[in-house]
Write a protein that binds this ligand. Structure first.
Ligand code: GLN
Length: 407
C-alpha cells in the first residue's frame, strides 16, 4: 500500500481536526470510538462510500486490533483507557485470539497513538475510495482469507457460485461410483488413506487467476493432482503465490509439526485427521497471455491436458469501466476488468483455443456478466462445445457458463 507524503499530511490534518473538535467538547483525549465514528461517518458518506457504517467499524477494529465483540462492548469507553486495559490483559488476550483469520497487526503494548494514526491513515485512504479489501490487505472468499492488493481484483462473493457449482458437480460424480460419466472410463480406486475413494485426482487450469482465489479454493476442496494458476500479470502472480504459501505451505508445516508431536508422544497419527486436512496437489504458476505460453510449459512439466478449465476473465465493456464505482474504476487493475469493445474478447479466445487443452469430456466453468449469458453461450456452441449452459448466482442473475469439451 502506498502512502506518499501528501496522504500522510491529509491523515494528520484529519486527526488534528478531530482532536480539536474533542478539545472543544472538553473531552481532550477522553474520546470514545463512538466519538470517532461521529466524526468519520459523515465524511465517508459525503465521499460516496456505500457501506460507510460497516467499513468504518472494520477500519477502527483493524487499527486498534479489536474483534467485533470487544469493539461493540468498548465503543463508549475512552479509546485510550480501553487500549491500555487491553495491554495489561495481553497474555490472556493473545491466547484467546489465535483463532480465525483476523490479522491482529499491532501489538497490544504499542502506544495507543500509533493505533489512532493508523486509523486516520486508513480513513484517508477510504475517503479516496480505495477499496476496504486493499486497505485491510485481505478479502475473504469461500471461507478462506486471501491477500489482496492493487494488482489483483479483490475476490467477489458473486464468484463463489462458480466454485460452488464445480464442487457440487464433482460431488455428484464421485457418488456415481466407479464409472466415469464423462469418458466412460473406469475410475481407479484410490487408497482410502491418501485420497477420496472412487474419484480420480483432477487436473485444473485457472486462467486469469489474479489473487488465485478460484484455483486455490478448488485445490483446498477437491482431490487434485495438478492445479495450474495462470495470469498475464507477474504482479498478480506474486499475490497468487503468496496466497498459496499462506494457505498451503504454512498450514502444511503446522500439519508436519502436529504429526511430529503425535509421533513423539507415541500415538499413531489418525488417518482420518490426515485425510481431513487434504492432500497438497502440485501447484504451478505461469505468466502467460491466456494460452500463449501454455504448450511449452505443459510439455516441460509433463502435463497432458486438464479435466477442468475455470476462469473469471475480464468481461467489462471498455466504455463501461469508467462508469463503475470509484473503488473498481480507479483502484482495481484495468487488466482484470477490460473485456474489450463488447466485453466478450476473452470468451472468444477461451472458446477457440481452450479445447485443445481439455481432456475428452473436460469441463469449462466461466464467470460471465449478468447480461452476457446468451452471447457467451452462443460463442461456445459455435465452437462445438457440448451441454453448454448458463447458471445463476445467489441472487438469481446469470453469472456462470458451463460447457463440456467438444471431444
Ligand atoms: N464482477 C467484476 C466487477 O464487479 C468484474 C469482474 C471481471 O471483469 N471479471 O467489477
Amino acid at each position: 500500500m502506498r502512502e506518499d507524503g501528501k496522504e500522510k499530511k491529509m491523515a494528520n490534518s484529519l486527526k488534528e481536526e478531530f482532536l480539536r473538535s474533542q478539545d472543544e467538547k472538553g473531552k481532550s483525549t477522553a474520546f470514545s470510538f463512538l466519538d470517532l465514528e461521529r466524526y468519520a461517518l459523515p465524511l465517508l458518506k459525503e465521499a460516496g462510500v456505500e457501506e460507510a457504517e460497516l467499513d468504518l467499524r472494520l477500519l477502527l477494529q483493524e487499527a486498534f486490533s479489536l474483534d467485533t465483540k470487544d469493539y461493540l462492548f468498548g465503543k463508549r469507553e475512552a479509546v485510550f483507557t480501553l487500549y491500555r486495559k487491553r495491554a495489561e490483559e495481553k497474555p490472556a488476550l493473545s491466547s484467546s485470539r489465535v483463532t480465525g483469520d483476523l490479522a491482529l497487526s499491532s501489538s497490544a503494548d504499542e502506544e495507543p497513538d500509533s493505533a489512532l494514526n493508523r486509523f486516520f491513515s486508513f480513513l484517508e485512504k477510504r475517503l479516496h475510495r480505495i477499496p476496504l479489501s486493499q486497505i485491510l490487505g485481505r478479502q475473504e472468499f469461500f471461507g478462506l482469507s486471501f491477500l489482496v492488493n492493487e494488482n489483483v481484483l479483490s475476490p467477489r462473493q458473486d464468484t463463489e457460485c462458480i466454485v460452488e457449482r464445480i464442487l457440487e458437480e464433482e460431488e455428484k460424480w464421485k457418488s456415481l461410483g466407479a464409472q466415469d460419466k464423462r469418458s466412460g472410463k473406469k475410475i481407479e480406486l484410490i487408497d482410502e488413506s491418501v485420497g477420496v475413494a472412487g474419484c480420480e485426482a483432477l487436473s485444473i487450469l485457472d486462467l486469469c487467476t489474479g489473487s488465485g482465489c478460484i484455483g486455490l479454493t478448488l485445490a483446498k476442496n477437491l482431490h487434485c493432482k495438478t492445479v495450474l494458476l495462470l495470469d498475464k500479470s507477474d504482479k498478480a502472480l506474486e499475490v497468487a503465490k503468496e496466497n498459496y504459501r499462506r494457505l498451503f505451505l504454512e498450514q502444511e508445516s503446522a500439519k508436519e509439526e502436529w504429526k511430529c508431536s503425535m509421533l513423539s508422544s507415541g500415538r499413531e497419527p489418525d488417518p482420518n485427521r490426515i485425510r481431513e486436512q487434504g492432500l497438497n496437489p502440485s501447484l504451478h504458476f505461469l505468466e502467460s497471455d491466456l494460452f500463449d505460453a501454455l504448450p511449452s510449459f505443459m510439455e516441460e512439466k509433463g502435463i497432458s491436458a486438464f479435466d477442468i478449465l475455470v476462469s473469471n476473465p475480464p468481461y467489462i465493456r471498455s466504455d463501461v469501466i469508467e462508469t463503475l464505482d470509484a473503488e473498481v474504476a480507479l483502484h482495481e487493475p484495468v487488466l482484470a476488468l477490460d473485456g474489450g469493445g463488447d466485453g466478450l474478447d476473452f470468451y472468444r479466445r477461451i472458446a477457440k483455443e481452450g479445447k485443445r487443452f481439455l481432456l475428452p469430456g473436460g469441463r469449462v466453468y466461466l464467470e460471465i456478466g449478468y447480461d452476457q449469458g446468451t452471447s457467451v453461450k452462443d460463442i461456445f456452441q459455435k465452437e462445438g462445445y457440448r451441454e453448454v449452459e448458463v447458471f445463476q448466482d445467489y441472487e438469481g442473475r446469470d453469472r456462470g457458463l458451463y460447457a463440456v469439451s467438444p471431444t
